[in-house]
Design a protein around this ligand. Structure first.
Ligand code: SF4
Ligand code: SF4
Length: 368
């Protein structure tokens, strides 16, 4: 299969619509089905989920809203092996079978080792995860195998040198803010993937919404160039324009996002030199306005003994710093989150579990 000929846009299912914002599994199926149907109607086919998304229930939601309602050959499904929680090698087989059942399928079009970094890599080696994925592929249960990667270009190089023959593609965090950021290094990771001949899928092209709600000054620049285009469409096109990128995932939870994203990447045109110059200016403005570069992925909250709502607190802090809300409104949101059963930032006991899980390598304890 020539991956570079695939449709450029993928539906990221990490943030599906829910009925209660405090409850990750209160899926709004009516809304989800409409979004999925429209996405397919616009000619796109790729859906990306994971065992751990939405409190470990995202795969089931995708089965109900997509798999049980559309012919198997009308969409492509990707999910991921959650090595973070593994206790022994037998877990791989057990969880893989569970995933097929959760999703209601006989095979996965794409299957990834999830959240690869130093800790997960050590587990993959201990449990033989690269060989496991290859074996599932040989048995026809996986069509295309890959990994989602969140670490240094040096580690990526090491993994692809040793296990590149087991992986068909790599999923990387690429967006115009992280392009040269030392904690992500999008550009250098992409160069390493290309050196090893691995096509790349992009995650977090809008950096968890940071590049959707950009500072007014930055938005004015973009609108001045093309009034009809959204900041999100610029971010998607930036990611899709990079050499070696075959697909960009976007976590959509509203119909206007589906329409906008599909129109940005449906008839794809790479960014021109002039458009890249606009991005350079916008990047400078956003960097001067973002206090904590959190993507709201929520990987950190899973193991927190104090149930501290880390990404929510960071978003409140960022928006306070950006002056997009009054200080008192941030306080109200903060107190409501605590009332919903989450720990306060000051409840942190500095155990460090969150920092081990954070793909952005943020010094969470210090920020809290
Ligand atoms: S260091 Fe603090 S925020 Fe992080 S997991 Fe421990 S208690 Fe939670
Ligand atoms: S602090 Fe890190 S792990 Fe937690 S939501 Fe933000 S980026 Fe994700």
């Amino acid at each position: 299969m020539d991956l570079m000929k695939e449709k450029k846009l993928g539906f990221g299912c990490m943030r599906l619509p829910v009925l209660d914002p405090q409850d990750a599994v209160s899926f709004d199926f009516d809304a989800i089905e409409k979004l999925f149907d429209r996405f397919l109607e616009l000619g796109m086919t790729y859906f990306d989920t994971a065992y751990t998304y939405h409190g470990y229930h995202c795969e089931e939601a995708v089965r109900k809203a997509l798999v049980e309602r559309h012919p198997r050959d009308s969409f492509q499904l990707a999910t991921k092996l959650p090595l973070r929680d593994f206790k022994d090698a037998g877990d791989m087989e057990k969880i893989f079978r569970e995933q097929l059942e959760n999703c209601g399928v006989d095979y996965f079009d794409y299957y990834l080792l999830h959240n690869m970094g130093h800790n997960v890599y050590a587990k993959c080696e201990t449990y033989g995860a690269f060989d496991f994925v290859k074996r599932m592929q040989r048995e026809g249960k996986i069509r295309v195998a890959g990994m989602s990667f969140h670490d240094t270009p040096e580690l990526l190089d090491e993994i692809l040198t040793r296990y590149g023959d087991r992986l068909d593609f790599v999923q990387l965090q690429i967006n115009y803010i992280d392009w040269e950021q030392p904690n992500v290094q999008s550009r250098r990771c992409l160069e390493v993937a290309r050196k090893h001949g691995k096509p790349v899928t992009v995650m977090e092209p809008c950096k968890g919404g940071t590049l959707v709600n950009i500072p007014a000054e930055a938005e004015r620049l973009m609108k001045g160039f093309a009034p009809e285009r959204s900041p999100a469409s610029w971010a998607l096109r930036f990611a899709a324009s990079q050499e070696g990128v075959f697909r960009v995932l976007s976590g959509m939870n509203a119909m206007d996002q589906v329409e906008d994203n599909c129109s940005a990447l449906g008839e794809f045109r790479p960014l021109s030199e002039e458009e890249n110059a606009v991005i350079d200016e916008v990047r400078k403005i956003i960097q001067a306005n973002t206090a904590i570069p959190c993507t709201a992925c929520e990987y950190c909250t899973h193991g927190c003994p104090k149930r501290i709502a880390i990404p929510q607190y960071f978003a409140l802090y960022n928006s306070m710093k950006r002056k997009t809300g009054s200080f008192s409104s941030q306080n109200v949101y903060y107190n409501n989150t605590v009332l919903a059963g989450h720990g306060r930032a000051s409840d942190c006991i500095k155990c460090g579990k969150c920092e081990q899980a954070c793909p952005q390598h943020l010094t969470i304890r210090k920020y809290l």
